[in-house]
Design a protein around this ligand. Structure first.
Ligand code: ADE
Length: 226
């Protein structure tokens, strides 16, 4: 999979791409990530990429021209889904990550300022995604969330794909509690069933625990009527 990111801060991604699961995906050639500077496409004298909003509102708006030219340059090598990150986007879910993990190529647009010109969103963007009900100062962190979430789903990246299958949200639930050595710490033990070696019982325990925590913390995830 190839992900191309358009941003005013293309260096923002350097350390992110060099560590953890994303770096692993890149080193295994499952993923390529390239970041491009939107400002490089500004045609005015001061390389301006934002301007005051029509209507006299507060804040600045990302101008359509640099965004449009930056996107056109990427699309010269063929079409691809174009995602813009915004608090107005559809809430990011595991299912969305799973769907995009099947795409060979995705283009991500990171905005700044108040928003970007609505005409760019209409003409250039195929999907808008929000990572939560809060406002960040730019789309870069949201893009990193997206890239990390997709990278670990690409074939050959996780050494144990069963790990992804028992993640929170893989079914309709949160994950179950996990324990590792030592078997006792500060008088806190480990549920006995986990030490029993009885895999049927262990699976049953994990399912029940996942359901319990989901019922308490995120009942909205459970199938209606449960
Ligand atoms: N840009 C600013 N805030 C954001 C959010 N909550 N999600 C996605 N992109 C954003």
């Amino acid at each position: 999979m190839k992900i191309e990111v358009l941003s005013l801060f293309p260096d923002f991604f350097d350390s992110f791409l060099a560590s953890s699961m994303v770096a692993r995906a890149i080193s295994k050639s499952a993923l390529t990530v390239e970041s491009y500077d939107i400002r490089a496409h500004a045609t005015n004298k001061h390389h301006q990429v934002d301007d005051y909003p029509y209507g006299g509102f507060a804040g600045m708006v990302g101008m359509i021209q640099p965004l449009w030219d930056a996107l056109k340059a990427r699309l010269q090598s063929g079409n691809a889904p174009v995602i813009y990150f915004s608090p107005q986007g559809r809430p990011l879910k595991q299912k969305i990550l799973c769907d995009y993990a099947l795409e060979p190529r995705v283009i991500l647009i990171c905005g700044h300022y108040k928003e970007i010109d609505q005409r760019f969103r209409r003409l250039g963007v195929s999907d808008e995604i929000s990572i939560g009900d809060y406002v960040l100062s730019g789309g870069e962190l949201a893009a990193e969330v997206f890239i990390d979430g997709v990278a670990r789903l690409l074939p050959g990246v996780l050494s144990d794909i069963d790990s992804a299958k028992s993640d929170s949200f893989y079914g309709n639930s949160l994950g179950f509690p996990c324990y590792t050595r030592p078997p006792e710490f500060l008088k806190q033990g480990v549920p006995e069933v986990l030490l029993s070696g009885n895999h049927a019982k262990i699976d049953e325990w994990a399912r029940a625990e996942a359901e319990k925590i989901t019922r308490i913390r995120r009942p909205d995830l459970l199938p209606q009527g449960d």
